[in-house]
Write a protein that binds this ligand. Structure first.
Ligand code: GTQ
Ligand code: FE2
Length: 381
């Protein structure tokens, strides 16, 4: 007969609700009767509004996230080390290293809604096929040689290219070059965590030879990548862009044209010396992904953005040039590749170097707020 030591009965769990008596304005004086009332609330798991209202209903958003800047040089060095030490394959899925906002408890969240990561693939490596409900994109700061295969369509990735990848599409990446390659991933992973809406499936371990091809132009670009021209066979609006690559040559020309038009005295720029374009879904003219807004901004040498704040958060990456970026009370001198996060309702301002100007890639969660009619913008200066 086996004997087991009697297990001591566990101590009663402390109530998750603890209410503090307060003598704040408008609050009753602490008395034994009031203390007893509050103990009654705790025991029944009840919380009165009057002790919480300042936190629950502030006059404007007060983000838990902090403004922060990550240096590309450091990210790239660590990603290269990971390339030597950590294999990429089924299970871990991706050699992606995420920015963790210093005020979000060490979770891999750049902001409360946005994931931003550097992904790194060694020559000849394959990141296995999978799909997830989270929406994603790649933005390429430098390098080439990786193809991302979305729904069997191999899409080249080169410097300055923007590659959206709507949720639930199968995707894999392979490096067909002799050099390692790094790029920026943006996803709505934290948003999906908070909304408890995640789905994920593993795909095949090996792509077919045809899918491992390295065409210059993807099928998606051949069908959808013609400015102002929609295939008549595709009349239905789609919730996310079917165009799988937005090439740097096109983005660059659009920005250069805005600044040239301004110099000739014509409208086009967002504010003096500040050109900006948004990546859009060619089937409906709206944001490229249902949850993510993505833009490229160009500041002429010495020019500055307006100072503005918005509901929702953003991540900026310096693509070229440099300058000074201010978020709330913090300012950084930034150079190519550096990343800055802007929490909700914290003012943003950028000023380009006098000699180089500055190109800034931006992504944010604005479509979520717009869909719910929660967006607000204030231009401070
Ligand atoms: O490349 O498929 O940074 O699924 C995070 C999740 C990249 C990807 C990330 C992902 C991917
Ligand atoms: Fe993925």
């Amino acid at each position: 007969m086996s004997t087991t030591a009697p297990t001591p009965s566990p101590a009663p769990a402390p109530s998750p609700v603890t209410l503090a008596l307060s003598s704040a304005p408008g609050q009753p004086e602490p008395t034994p009767a009031l203390a007893q009332l509050y103990r009654g609330f705790e025991q029944e798991l009840l919380v009165p509004l009057w002790t919480e209202i300042g936190d629950l209903m502030p006059p404007h958003p007060r983000s838990k996230a902090s403004p922060h800047c990550w240096r590309w040089e450091r990210l790239l060095a660590l990603a290269a080390q990971a390339g030597e030490l950590v294999p990429v394959g089924r299970g871990g899925e991706r050699r992606a290293i995420a920015l963790a906002n210093p005020s979000l408890g060490g979770r891999p969240y750049a902001t409360p809604t946005l994931w931003a990561a550097i992904q790194y693939l060694m020559p000849g490596e394959n990141a296995p096929e999978h799909r997830h409900s989270q929406h994603a994109f790649r933005f390429v700061l430098e390098g080439e040689g990786v193809w991302t295969v979305v729904g069997g369509d191999a899409v080249r990735m080169s410097r300055g290219d923007f590659l959206p990848q709507a949720g639930w599409n199968w995707h894999a990446h392979h490096n067909a070059a002799t050099q390692p390659m790094a790029w920026l991933d943006g996803l709505d992973i934290p948003f999906a965590v908070h909304t408890e809406s995640q789905f994920f499936e593993f795909g095949r371990h090996q792509l077919s030879a045809a899918e491992q091809a390295t065409p210059t132009r993807s099928r998606a670009e051949r069908l959808w990548g013609h400015p102002g021209l929609r295939p008549v066979s595709q009349p239905e609006p789609q919730p996310a862009s079917p165009l799988l690559a937005y090439r740097w040559a096109d983005t660059d020309r659009a920005l250069a044209d805005q600044l040239a038009l301004e110099a000739e005295g014509h409208p086009g720029t967002l504010s003096p010396g500040h050109a900006a374009v948004r990546f859009t879904n060619p089937t409906n003219g709206r944001d490229v992904l249902p949850t993510l807004r993505t833009e490229m901004h160009r500041l002429r040498a010495g020019a500055a953005t307006r100072r503005w704040r918005e509901v929702g958060s953003s991540v900026y990456q310096v693509f070229e040039g440099g300058g000074r970026v201010t978020v709330g009370d913090t300012a950084w001198t930034v150079a190519r590749g550096d990343l800055v996060v802007v929490p909700s309702w914290v003012p943003f301002h950028a000023q380009a170097d006098d000699t180089t100007g500055m190109d800034l890639f931006r992504f944010g969660d604005a479509p979520i707020y717009e869909a719910l009619h929660l967006q607000r913008t204030a231009v401070d200066a």
